[in-house]
Design a protein around this ligand. Structure first.
Ligand SMILES: [Zn+2]
Length: 117
């Protein structure tokens, strides 16, 4: 099975996003700049998450629903949840490091201003 949806782009020209179900696997391709380099892009993620706001043609919402109903989609849903969880963990870790960095810099600057004890 193959379904091609059009995703909105900032340039105005929509990008094709292909969902291809083959046996038990489901592949997703996007024709945007990142997508053609097989990198993650917002178009793939939005459509996987069912965000119809990303659709260039609102009439494609029904097609997107069909793709979401494919038997292969369940696995992708689980993987997407894991992917987002991992990214969230990294974001939290980044915040912790950013705070640590700020505190180290403040402490050093204080030492330079008032003298180190
Ligand atoms: Zn894309």
């Amino acid at each position: 099975m193959k379904t091609i949806l059009l995703a909105k782009s900032s340039s105005g020209e929509p990008y094709k996003v292909e969902f291809i179900a083959d046996g038990s696997s489901l592949r997703v391709f996007c024709h945007c700049q990142a997508g053609v380099l097989q990198q993650m892009c917002k178009h793939k993620l939005a459509l996987i998450k069912g965000d119809t706001n990303m659709l260039f043609d609102p009439k494609h919402a029904a097609l997107l629903s069909e793709v979401h109903a494919w038997s292969q989609f369940g696995e992708l849903k689980v993987r997407t949840a894991e992917y987002e969880k991992k990214l969230k963990e990294i974001e939290s870790a980044k915040e912790v490091f950013a705070k640590k960095e700020k505190s180290i810099k403040q402490e050093f600057a204080r030492g330079l201003t008032r003298g180190f004890k």
